[in-house]
Design a protein around this ligand. Structure first.
Ligand SMILES: [Zn+2]
Length: 389
């Protein structure tokens, strides 16, 4: 049952050999050696706030490699690795000190074709580090540019929903018993899409496979497509406390409770561990949140969240004891698009995990969410003339 969720789709060519790879402190600096089954294009850069080293590879397969296994270092704190998008892999090292790349080389064995990537980082001052940090612009590596222009509003009565399966690629989200939140949410999003499409809703997804998409990228996608609604799907794990059942979240400057604050924080951390350059985003979230108070979107999001809670309740599906919550989720910050985040259950709960792995349960859940979204849409349309004045 769980096998399908652990399955990965890689189009990788080079395999990383963990037995002959390491990252360790040496002669006052940090040294890295990665054994690859063949040479691949790579690039290395650093990011600030927090300090990280990012190594990007074309077509490298990190499956079976554990960050903890590679790392023997006090200068580096944590290593995460995985797909950034199909065919593009990334290794992100969190740094405990300001370090700069001194040299890097890829040596390819002429006989076997296997390759060894070596890199050495040396200590620099904090200001030096800050000056050098940032993802270099290189057309060959650039992600597709974000479309700045929002789609023109359409008035054909068709509801357009952007489903956002949480996490993905280098950021697997919660993991329990070999189940990755990112994979499980992709499965559920596909099923929910199917249920919505059958009801005449136009549906898009922020990701169609196991690739990484930044939180900002997800919101941009909603604008670019002209989505009417964004629904982010998660199944996180909470240590202790025995949290279980579905919770539905909306955006708020202050979190309704400690668990929601931690969940929101963990989602931001996913972007940091995945090597997203946050240095240019400034503190726009705070401004947007201020604006939201004056906008009509927030009450619409609240009503959508209420509709989902009520819909699940009347369908007899397991809700959390406090099912409506709010926190500062970046993925919900689109100022003009009603947005909610559904924690469909907690992977840390045995009961929720068993439910979410059961296709029959998921069918009930997607049906109930679909019905709630449709009911909300009808009520929302009826109120539209009042909003436009
Ligand atoms: Zn999550």
């Amino acid at each position: 049952m769980a096998q399908g969720f652990g399955a990965q789709t890689f189009s990788a060519l080079a395999r990383v050999d963990p037995a002959h790879s390491w990252i360790r402190d040496r002669k006052g600096g940090l040294e890295l050696e990665l054994a690859l089954s063949q040479g691949v294009p790579y690039r290395i850069f650093t990011l600030d706030d927090p300090r990280r080293v990012v190594l990007d590879f074309r077509e490298a397969d990190w499956s079976g490699v554990q960050g903890d296994g590679l790392l023997r270092s006090d200068l580096a704190g944590e290593a995460t690795m995985g797909l950034v998008r199909p065919g593009w892999s990334r290794l992100v090292l969190s740094l405990n000190a300001p370090l700069a790349l001194q040299r890097a080389a890829l040596k390819i064995d002429p006989d076997s074709g296997s390759a060894v990537l070596t890199a050495r980082f040396i200590r620099v001052s904090a200001s030096d580090f800050a000056a050098r940090a940032g993802a270099p612009y290189d057309a060959a590596w650039a992600l597709p540019p974000a479309v700045q222009k929002a789609a023109p509003p359409r008035d054909d009565g068709v509801l357009r929903v952007l489903l956002d399966p949480g996490h993905g690629g280098i950021d697997p989200g919660a993991m329990r018993d070999g189940i990755r939140e990112s994979t499980l949410m992709l499965t559920f999003a596909r099923e929910l899409r199917e249920a919505l499409v059958r009801a005449g809703v136009e549906v898009w997804m922020t990701r169609e496979d196991d690739s990484f998409v930044s939180l900002e990228g997800r919101v941009e996608r909603a604008h670019e497509l002209g989505a009417d609604v964004l629904i982010s799907l998660h199944a996180d794990a909470l240590a202790g406390g025995g949290a279980r059942g579905t919770t539905v979240h909306t955006l708020s400057k202050t979190a309704t409770d400690e668990a929601s604050r931690k969940l929101a924080e963990r989602h931001e951390r996913g972007d940091i561990l995945a090597g997203v350059d946050l240095s240019h985003s400034d503190d726009v979230v705070a401004d947007v949140l201020m604006d939201l108070a004056r906008m009509e979107t927030q009450p619409r999001s609240e009503k959508l969240a209420d509709a989902v809670v009520n819909g699940l309740r009347s369908a007899g599906l397991p809700l959390n004891s406090r099912p409506r919550r709010a926190a500062g989720y970046s993925v919900l910050k689109a100022a003009d698009i009603p947005s909610i985040l559904i924690e469909v259950g907690f992977l840390s709960s045995d009961r929720d995990r068993a439910n979410l792995l059961d296709p029959v349960f998921r069918a009930h859940l997607s049906g109930a969410v679909r019905d709630a979204v449709l009911a909300w849409h009808l009520a929302d349309k009826a109120e539209a003339p009042l909003r436009r004045q």
